[in-house]
Design a protein around this ligand. Structure first.
Ligand code: SAM
Length: 292
């Protein structure tokens, strides 16, 4: 089977199977071989690696991954794509196709079965409607993984990279930077996809830290605080946490904080009582979480 990363080859497959693109699944297939090469190169896929691909589509990137990796597991939700994938990937004996919603797959179990629990790599041109739950699910479930290299909406890639004091800074930036080092690999214009999306895209590589860069005594509490701070980002941190923090601790006790408590801790940290969450670094959030 020829490579699919051209407009002609993709159109041929689509026609042959009478495939209809489904918007609800975020189906924009890559038709640019240079971008595919950049993705696979920056993911540093080798013959030692087991790669999980989320949403293989018609198998365009899967072909490249199969050639570079020891093993590829491709999880595709759309049952109409399964017969297509069986044909486009028929030459490769190192690819397993799973017809399932990635959010329902037990990736820990998969990593255990396919890679003996050693770190896997995730490489994907993600369906944009569920970018955040996919990334957070991978990190929070502590799947053994070394890196995630993904195509996402450009704006979302920017959000993952920025620090305090910018409008894009938020809960996603902090969560990503707690677990991984983010690096934008390349910006990708709409013309590299079929059909063309309405937004610009970017490939970002998230390299998993062995240890988080800050010490949080209770990760769940840290993220509950971060979420509360950005749910009401125009409010001061003290107000946002007083009204919005809902968190159940390790003993099952529901936790709330008073305004005074937050202000006291901010004071001890040398921060103003009127500071907003968007001004705090990850380190300061971790400190606040440990002290509250
Ligand atoms: N990898 C292909 C490529 O680069 O051309 C297709 C990428 S397309 C942006 C996203 C793919 O994810 C589609 O094939 C879509 O059907 C699939 N998808 C959408 N939601 C999914 C989910 N919840 N679980 C698994 N796959 C999903």
């Amino acid at each position: 089977m020829a490579y699919l990363a051209t407009p002609t080859a993709t159109t041929e497959v689509i026609k042959k199977y009478g495939f209809n693109f489904q918007k609800k699944f975020g189906q924009n297939f890559l038709i640019d071989a240079n971008i595919l090469e950049k993705i696979v190169d920056s993911a540093e896929v080798t013959k030692d690696d087991c790669v999980i691909e989320i949403g293989p589509g018609i198998g365009t990137m899967t072909q490249y991954l199969a050639e570079h990796a020891r093993e590829v597991v491709a999880v595709e939700i759309d049952k109409n794509l399964i017969p297509i994938l069986k044909e486009t990937l028929s030459e490769y004996d190192n690819v397993t196709i799973i017809n399932e919603d990635i959010l329902k797959v037990d990736i820990n179990k998969l990593a255990e079965e396919k890679n003996g629990g050693r770190p896997i790599k995730v490489v994907a041109n993600l369906p944009y409607y569920i970018t955040t739950p996919i990334i957070m699910g991978l990190f929070e479930s502590h799947v053994p993984l070394s890196s995630i290299t993904i195509m996402v909406q450009k704006e979302v890639a920017d959000r993952m990279q920025v620090g305090p004091g910018t409008k894009d800074y938020g809960a996603l930036s902090l969560a990503v930077q707690y677990y991984a080092k983010p690096e934008i690999v390349v910006n990708v214009p709409p013309a590299c996809f079929m059909p063309r999306p309405n937004v610009g895209s970017a490939v970002i590589r998230l390299t998993r830290f062995e240890e988080p860069p800050v010490k949080a005594q209770d990760e769940k509490k840290l993220f509950a605080i971060i979420r509360a701070a950005f749910n009401q980002r125009r409010k001061t941190l003290a107000n946002a946490l007083t009204n919005g923090l809902s968190y159940v601790d390790k003993e099952g006790k529901s936790i709330h904080v008073s305004r005074q408590e937050v202000c006291d801790v901010l004071d001890q940290m040398g921060l103003s009582a009127t500071i907003r969450g968007e001004a705090l670094t990850l380190e300061q959030f971790a400190h606040l979480s440990n002290m509250l």
